[in-house]
Write a protein that binds this ligand. Structure first.
Ligand code: 13P
Length: 252
């Protein structure tokens, strides 16, 4: 059985290394016992080494929240996918809307995704519309975002890609998107990928949903939304909620 992927995007949380270690430890204790779920945690970069070194085995994978599009050089403050790989990081969130809103463009994102795939970091490409209207313009928007973000990725590298669909209006909100609409969007994204790379590639690329997921709505999102995984924000740093979420999804 293909495992469901649950990725925690800690964003700029928590405040201290001690708290980060606690979240990691509690999650790992539960994750080690899960049968049908694989867990990835994306802490702030400063905590990465400590968390990686505290691992005794590899049930919980570590990801970063970004990666730059050059391997090394004069790029103050940036972190390259080569450095991440060397450290033992296996995933990188690329193009999160909170970074796009600070000026990250599809062009930059396409270079980041391509370099990650080349050096062996699995990119979690984030896409999502800001608003929806009755005319369905969000579909064209999403199609463009996928095409532009992947225009430097050759077919031979596509098999490692993960896409996270995160409608911006559902991030940090009270309610997640309706599971039926999540299903519709995941099919739409797979169709766009199929047109670009071929049927098998389109079907097999994992599509995750993100936006106000918690332990209460996760089951419904999987059952009716039929997605391959979740990208979880706030609930991933809430120990009790996240542990509950993992256990719940493992029952499916
Ligand atoms: P929330 O789960 O806090 O809405 O955040 C979603 C998100 O942006 C994950 O990347």
């Amino acid at each position: 059985m293909k495992k469901r992927i649950i990725i925690g995007n800690w964003k700029m949380n928590p405040r201290t290394l001690e708290e980060a270690k606690n979240i990691y430890k509690s999650t790992k204790t539960v994750a080690d016992k899960l049968k049908s779920v694989s867990v990835v945690m994306c802490p702030p970069f400063v905590y990465t080494s400590t968390l990686l070194n505290s691992r005794t085995e590899t049930t919980v994978k570590i990801g970063s929240q970004d990666a730059y599009f050059e391997e090394q050089g004069s790029y103050t403050g940036e972190i390259s996918p080569v450095m991440l790989k060397d450290l033992g990081v296996e995933y990188a969130i690329i193009g999160h809307s909170e970074r796009r809103s600070k000026g990250e463009t599809d062009e930059m994102i396409s270079k980041k995704v391509a370099l990650c795939l080349e050096v062996g970091i699995i990119p979690i490409l984030c896409i999502g519309e800001k608003v929806r209207d009755e005319g369905g313009s969000h579909l064209d928007f999403i199609k463009d975002q996928v095409k532009n973000s992947l225009n430097k990725v050759p077919k031979k590298n596509i098999s490692k890609l993960i896409i996270a669909y995160e409608p911006i209006w559902a991030i940090g909100a009270k309610e997640a998107m309706m599971p039926e609409s999540i299903y519709e969007m995941s099919l739409f994204i797979k169709k766009v990928l199929s047109d670009m790379y071929g049927h098998d590639e389109g079907i097999s690329t994992p599509i995750l949903y993100g936006g106000s997921v918690n332990f209460r709505n996760a089951l419904d999102i999987f059952n009716k939304g039929k997605i391959d995984g979740l990208l979880v924000g706030r609930e991933s740093v809430n120990i009790t909620g996240f542990v509950e979420l993992l256990k719940t999804v493992d029952t499916i």
